[in-house]
Structures are given as C-alpha cells and as structure tokens.
Design a binder for this molecule. Structure first.
Ligand SMILES: C[S@@+](CC[C@H](N)C(=O)[O-])C[C@H]1O[C@@H](n2cnc3c(N)ncnc32)[C@H](O)[C@@H]1O
Length: 546
C-alpha cells in the first residue's frame, strides 16, 4: 500500500472581514519578534530609506513650514512636530533630519523650531534607535524624540524623552506625518464590485498541518487564502465620508476587487483629532491612485517578504481627505512606488511654495523615478566606467548602500581612471561617510572608504577611515593589516610594527604579516635590506585586504 502523501490542511479562520483577519496579528508578531533584524535581507527598505527620498521630503517640509509661518506669524513661536509612522530601521529618519538641517543652514533659517518623532508600534525598534551612533547628536539636542504608537489603536501618543503627550494644545502648528511603506502593511478591508453591486470580500485562511506549531502558523507565506462574497446593501462604515467613497466605487467601477485601507484611515482620523484637524501627510508606498486603475482587478494579491504587503488604495485616501474639506496630490501612475501628499484643514494651493515644491519633488524628480533609474544602474554596474558610477553616486546623494555594492568595481577601475574623476570621488568621500547609518550584518562604509584612499595611495586619509571603522567592525585582521600598511607608507614604522603584530594575533597563519614584521623590525633597527629582499615574491603585493 502506498503511503498517504497528501498533507492535511488546517483551517485557521473562516469568512472574516479582512481588517479583522488573523493575518494582521501575525504581521505584528513578525515585526515585534524580528525588530531591527527584519531589515537584514528580509523586508525591502532601500526604496523608501535613501538620501534621495529624504532630500525630497526635506525640501517639501521646509517650504511647508516657511509658507505656514508666512501665513501665521505666531507659528514660529511653536515647534512643528514631524512624526514618522512605522519608522522601522530609522535610516530614513536620519537622512531626513540631516537633510532638513543642512538645507536650513544653507538658507540661513534659524527661526523654525521642529521636533522629529520616530514612532513604531514595537519597542524593539525604539531600543535600536535610542543607542544608534548616527542619531545620538540629534537625540541629545532634542531634535529627535521617540514615540510608541500603534496605528490600529487609539492610545495617547507620548514623546518618550521630553515626556510630552501630543494633544490639540501641544500641536499648535499642523502635525506633519510621514508614512512610508506602512499603509501597505497595516489592515485593509476588501470589496468586489460586479454589475453595479457592491460585495464585501470575506477571507478564509488555511495551511498545511506541518506549518502549524503551538496552534499558530510558522511561515506566513505558506498560508492559503480563499474568498467568499457578501452583498452590501446599506452604509457599510456608518461614516458618510467613507461610505460615499464606496458608493462612488459601486457606481463607477465595472467589475473588480479592491482594498479599502481601513487601518490607515483609522490612524488618519485619530491624528486629525489630535492635531485640531491640521494634518500634512507625505506618503510613499506601492498603490493605486486613480479610479481607472482600480477597475478590472482580480482578488487582492499578497506579497510575501518575511512580512507581507498589499497595494495601497491611495485613491480612497485622497477622496477621504477631499470629502472632509482637505486636499490631496497623488503622483501620476508609476509601476512601482508612488508619493502622495495629503492635507487636512487647509488647501495645498494656498501654500504657494509648498505646492511648487510638491510638483517638483513628487512629479518631476520623484523618489519612484529615482529608484527605477537606480535599479538599472545597480543591475549593470559591472559594465560602467568610474565616471558613470561617480555620477550615479552624486545623483543618489553619496549613498553608502550603493557604494557598498560597487566598491570592488570602483577599486578595480582606479588604475585606468582619469584624475578629475578620482578627485571628484575623493572630495565626496566625507559625504559618503556622513551618510553612514549602521545596520547589523551590513558591511562598514568607513572601511570601504579607507580601501578607496588606500588604492589611490592617499595613505593618510585611508588610515583615518580605517581607524574610524574599528568602532563598527571590531578588531579584524584585514583592518589592522591595511592600517599597518598605511602606517608604513607614512613612515610611522613603530606604529606599523605594533599594528602588524595585532593583525598577526588575529591571523597567526598569515605568512605575509610575519614577513612584514621582520621587514619593519629590520628597518627600525636601521637594517639596509630592501623590502623586496625581505618579503617573499608571492606576498610582495601590497593590496589592501578585506
Ligand atoms: C514595511 S516596514 C516599513 C518601515 C519603514 N517605514 C520603511 O519605509 O522602510 C513597516 C513598519 O511598520 C511597523 N508597524 C507594523 N504595524 C504597525 C502598526 N500597527 N502601527 C505602527 N507601526 C506598525 C513595523 O514595526 C515596521 O517598522
């Protein structure tokens, strides 16, 4: 008799309104359990956490604050609170604050007070930010604060360091909100329209028995989803602003399924209340922005990547703001992410510079177009010369994430590159270093900058960056070996000897390190032997090490 290989299915839940599905609980458990490790090769982040997008947000925000103060002169006596939702790693926050301060300095603006609030629902992320070396100066000067905020709950939001509770009294100026890759992560409802009728989509989840442990699924990816429909005949939400959107979809869409971002709208309603109905939101996420793009779709697709995400119905969010007296600017369609700006309590066109900057940063020089172009370069960098790679780095704002991917290619091109390009690169290395945002299990940009200067034979700069890298990479053979080579070239032979010895301790098998020690010892003793005589032919190569 053949063994029964059919896997038994376990039903997790049946016929649930989507926003009440167990999937959202599992999603939260995932982020809570993983903390910062979620971004180590699991959850995608680069697209919304790079210097380019942060610069765009900084330009829009600065213009917004200036326009607001121009119209409301008393505003400059109160801080602008800028709160990031579902902040995650904090990399975006760092680039944003840095960019905003740099732009304010450039424009000699010192009369605007702001406080940047990094928020997330899990305290594990806050713990990571609290001790992060890049954030430290901003935390100490009170520019950055933290808040535990769960967008699906209506709990008071308190700033952890200043011990201030955000309230209509505290929020004198509009509350600025950044929501990147978060509206796609929190709960949605789901609907179907067919032949002029509106149906609620109900979700049933099941999985193989093998994927269950302690009564819960182990891997979310292995959950199967089935759907049932239930016709809706009366106002679904009991909120005229929301029900009118559904009614419009029922009338205008032909045959489709769509999501309704209820978790996000829930948070927006709460934040509106908290801020005297004065909200300014910038959000970048994947999603739909027009009525036409919502038509003729199949049942909503789930993308799995450690956590999961779904397309955001930005059109519904925009309609909600417009229905309730606010405003919305949605980027014209793009295949990947898109940026949207929403306002509550005022119209964006009444803020002239803000409106112009939104046009510039959301449409003309958008984070989504940047990412599309960047991806093409990233996928083909092996075929580009140094001039092109340097131009890309400049365009990207000297982003360590990019440099780390192309560092070996850059080093290999140095010998054949022109002097202007090398000078251009060298001049911008401090900008690259200043953009370092440490993440676990990621290579250290300071070390790579050391390798660059080492390769162009600027040993003084190379040594400086190698030394800075120790704090992040710890005591590593390659780092000490390279430092020792630089010290030797700088005629700091006593230091070089000491450092070669430290390198040898870390790799006692290293023949070339032992030979360097002999050579440097002889040099220090005044020995006339040349390095070539002292070091065996196969280890004469002075290439820096990884
Ligand atoms: C996909 S990540 C996005 C992180 C970051 N904004 C970015 O663009 O890379 C989602 C983040 O939202 C947080 N999150 C999930 N559910 C949340 C909720 N209900 N309220 C607030 N944050 C939540 C997670 O902890 C995680 O940091």
């Amino acid at each position: 008799m053949k063994p029964d290989t059919t896997e038994r299915k376990v039903i997790i839940e049946q016929h649930k309104r989507f926003s009440q599905s167990a999937l959202w609980r599992l999603q939260r458990e995932y982020f809570d359990k993983e903390g910062i490790n979620a971004w180590v090769n699991q959850v995608p982040f680069y697209i919304t956490s790079n210097p380019f997008i942060a610069y765009a947000y900084a330009q829009i925000t600065l213009n917004f604050m200036r326009d607001w103060i121009k119209k409301n002169p008393d505003a400059k006596n109160h801080p602008f609170y800028i709160m990031e939702l579902g902040t995650g790693s904090g990399r975006f926050s760092y680039y944003f604050v840095k960019s905003l301060l740099e732009t304010m300095k450039q424009h000699q603006i010192d009369d605007i007070k702001f406080c940047y609030v990094m928020s997330d629902f899990t305290k594990h992320n806050i713990k990571y930010w609290e001790t992060h070396p890049a954030l430290k100066p901003y935390i100490e000067s009170g520019i950055i604060d933290f808040a535990l905020y769960d967008m699906e709950a209506e709990r008071p939001i308190s700033l952890i360091r200043q011990n201030i509770r955000l309230s209509p009294e505290v929020l004198v100026n509009p509350l600025t909100i950044f929501a990147n890759y978060i509206f796609d992560t929190i709960s949605h409802d789901a609907f179907t329209v067919h032949e002029g009728k509106l149906f609620e989509l109900l979700f049933s989840l099941s999985t193989d028995e093998k994927n269950m442990q302690n009564n819960r699924p182990v891997e979310m990816e292995k959950i199967s989803v089935d759907y049932n429909v239930h016709e809706i005949k009366s106002a679904y939400y009991g909120d005229p602003h929301l029900d009118s959107i559904l009614e419009n979809y029922k009338q205008k869409l032909h045959s489709t399924s769509f999501l309704f971002p209820m978790g996000s709208l829930h948070a927006i309603k709460f934040l509106k209340k908290l801020s005297n109905d004065k909200l300014f939101i910038i959000s970048t996420d994947k999603g739909y922005g027009t009525l036409e793009s919502l038509d003729n779709l199949g049942h909503p697709a789930i993308s799995w990547h450690g956590s999961f995400s779904m397309m955001v119905n930005f059109h519904a969010i925009g309609e909600y703001f417009k229905n309730s007296g606010g405003d919305a600017v949605l980027q014209t369609p793009r295949r990947g992410i898109r940026t949207s700006v929403f306002a509550s309590g005022f119209k964006l066109n009444d803020l002239i510079n803000t409106a112009a900057e939104i046009e510039e940063r959301v449409e003309r020089l958008s984070p989504s177009d940047y990412f599309t172009l960047h991806s093409r370069v990233r996928d083909n960098f092996e075929s580009y010369d140094l001039e092109t790679l340097a131009a890309h780095l400049e365009f990207a704002g000297w982003d360590p994430h990019i440099y780390l991917k192309i560092s070996p290619r850059i080093t290999s091109l140095i010998a054949e590159s022109d002097v202007e390009t090398l000078q251009f690169m060298a001049k911008n290395m401090p900008r690259l270093a200043a953009n370092y945002y440490f993440m676990p299990k990621t290579e250290c940009i300071l070390f790579e900058i050391g390798v660059f200067f080492h390769a162009i034979k600027n040993f003084g700069e190379a040594l400086k960056y190698y030394k800075q890298a120790i704090e992040f990479v710890g005591e590593q053979f390659g780092l000490f070996y390279n430092m020792a080579l630089c010290q030797h070239h700088l005629e700091l032979n006593e230091d070089a000897l000491e450092t070669f010895k430290r390198a040898l301790k870390l790799d006692p098998e290293s023949k070339e390190t032992a030979e360097w020690i002999t050579f440097v010892e002889k040099a220090l003793a005044g020995g006339g032997e040349s390095k070539e005589d002292s070091i065996s032919s196969d280890t004469k190569d002075e290439e820096s090490k990884k």
